[in-house]
Write a protein that binds this ligand. Sequence first.
Ligand code: CMP
Length: 139
Amino acid sequence: MADRRIATLKAVPLFAACDDKQLGFIATQVDEMDFATGRDLCREGASGGEFFVILSGTAEVRRQGRHLRELGPGDFFGEIALLDGGPRTATVTALSEMRCLVLSRGEFQNVLRQNALIAVSVLQTLGERLRSLLADQAT
Ligand code: CMP
């Protein structure tokens, strides 16, 4: 079971730089969950408790009803509300059946504290998302 979980984690770009010891720790922190098509995994304005990494399936990110992006396998979402404790910045809806790795706030923080490279990857993506939100506001 632990080996299978580690093999799953190895295929996730966010965890690509982790060694087996770090993956072993991450494996103790994540849950694997399935979500049905149409399910809102994050709701704009609501408080957020989880961070998601997509293993399979796709999701749509919308803000104020406007399409922002489609996310697929290897992408992650839900980091913003967990990092700053504020409300969700967008709604993320499953466009198909999805399988995700799910981390609670405490688990997400444990993983970021354990591995600076993961924290940097999350920060890089956060920067890209900030730019896309700023560009969206300018239109
Ligand atoms: P959070 O605000 O916690 O919940 C909604 C999530 O949607 C957010 O975290 C990001 O993970 C994601 N998100 C917000 N804006 C964008 C964007 N422009 N592109 C991709 N994902 C986004």
